[in-house]
Design a protein around this ligand. Structure first.
Ligand SMILES: [Zn+2]
Length: 445
């Protein structure tokens, strides 16, 4: 087996998921990011089995696919990013050579890049509202917290801020309700947006807060922002996995899961995007706490998932679309994720995705694929969009995989504004579709 050939050459280092004491940041000196280009199905099959072997042998701290692993679908146009440690580089390159997989170094020293990524320049701190929030850098959670509080204080007629509850480690989760209330008090249709359920996908919260800021601060001067807030209410949960997100800043940039301590296990956290209580653990999830797709000990075991489901269900009759933002695959993913079947109204969902991503592409040419999660990426039961469609009874439910551009989860902060602008064009289309289908007001019950 060629996979074994690779693994035979490497030294097993089991550190993934082990508790690391606070402020002991994992460093990536000499780690490289390689970009791979594929030509054949055989090469693709090889990478899929290599990735399986890496996960199984807990070696993803050494060699990790940064492009969503499931991106390894037969679309040879998409480059695949892989992080490689100095210790495994020779073995990795030997395997690439044996398989004739074209490769180039995209990033020569990941640690150096991450130092730059962490640096917030004085210019970045010059913000309009004193919260410290900008969209030229990735910020710590306390800055995002201060930003949403400041926004609600500055725009009380457009923004309502609710504290949903606390994360496992005791951080507040916030829900913003954004929209201009109707003079007659009638209820408008609403769109739910959440982000940062996966800790390392920093562009998600950055993009969502950018869009929130554009809608709210643009209300007075920009016709599009005004229409979006006049016609639609927006429920926005900017950071779900707050503990994991902070951990990516303080300890391990590429952490994915929550930070809950698992009883009887040395491994921390679960994949919150496998933890929802619809078809939990049916397919594409794992019961081993060491796995990156560990579904949790039971459905809704994670505190943060409970807060999300409670909030969605509370506004269920008003919410007509649910968008959950991830990176980095450039896809608009639709239910179902537990199975390759699709809902009866799949064509409506697909049309929304196609129209939204066409508007997105029109701005900077970034091309998204649209389709069922299972068919595009492989099964992943217990994810948000499946839950929204079934338990939330929200017709339009989608997972939006934001920019990759060959960078995987470490998209340079210089791309935040472009990501925000193009995704804003997409949600503007979503707002129009919801408004056209459900009308200006919903029947009161
Ligand atoms: Zn994700």
């Amino acid at each position: 087996m060629k996979v074994l050939f690779l693994l035979a050459l490497v030294v097993l280092v089991v550190v993934n998921g082990l508790p690391v004491s606070v402020n002991q940041r994992k460093t990536y000196h000499g780690y490289k990011i390689y970009r791979l280009s594929l030509d054949t199905q055989q090469q693709l099959d090889y990478l899929v089995s290599m990735n399986d072997a890496l996960q199984r042998n807990e070696m993803t701290e050494e060699v990790e696919f940064l492009t969503d692993t499931s991106l390894l679908s037969p679309d040879f146009k998409t480059p695949i990013s892989v992080m490689v440690s100095p210790g495994q580089e020779a073995a990795f390159l030997k395997a690439m050579k044996a398989e004739a997989i074209r490769n180039e170094v995209a990033l020569a020293d990941l640690e150096k890049y991450l130092e730059e990524e962490r640096y917030i320049s004085p210019e970045d701190q010059r913000t309009v509202d004193n919260s410290g929030m900008t969209w030229t850098a990735y910020h710590r959670y306390e800055t995002i917290e201060r930003y949403v509080q400041t926004l609600a204080a500055n725009y009380p007629d457009l923004v309502t801020l609710t504290t949903l509850g606390k994360s496992y480690e005791g951080r507040n989760l916030y829900l913003l309700k954004i929209g201009k209330p109707r003079a007659d008090g009638a209820v408008k249709p609403a769109v739910w947006m959440d982000s940062q359920i996966h800790a390392r996908e920093w562009i998600a919260a950055a993009t969502v807060t950018y869009m929130v800021n554009k809608m709210v601060t643009g209300y007075a001067t920009d016709a599009t922002s005004r229409r979006m807030l006049d016609q639609i209410d927006w429920y926005v949960l900017p950071v779900i996995n707050v503990d994991g997100y902070e951990y990516t800043h303080t300890n391990q940039r590429l952490w994915r899961k929550t930070r809950r301590v698992n009883p009887f296990s040395q491994y921390i956290g679960a994949d919150p995007n496998r933890n929802y209580d619809h078809k939990w653990m049916v397919r594409g999830a794992d019961q081993n706490p060491s796995s990156e797709i560990y579904a949790g000990a039971y459905p809704l075991s994670e505190f943060e998932n409970v807060l999300v489901t409670d909030a969605v269900l509370q506004h269920k009759s008003q919410i007509k679309t649910l968008l959950t933002f991830h990176s980095a695959a450039e896809m608009w993913l639709l239910p179902w994720g537990y199975d390759s079947s699709v809902p009866d109204d799949f064509e409506d969902l697909r049309q929304m995705g196609l129209r939204a991503t066409a508007a997105l592409k029109a701005l900077y040419g970034v091309s998204y694929r649209v389709g069922s999660s299972t068919q595009l990426l492989g099964a992943a039961a217990g994810a948000t969009d499946d839950w929204g469609k079934s338990k939330g009874m929200i017709k339009y439910s989608a997972t939006v995989e934001l920019r990759d551009q060959g960078y995987g989860f470490t998209l340079p902060p210089s791309q935040i504004i472009a990501s925000g602008e193009e995704t804003f064009a997409a949600i503007n289309v979503v707002a129009q579709i919801v408004y056209d289908e459900y009308g200006p007001t919903l029947p009161s019950n």
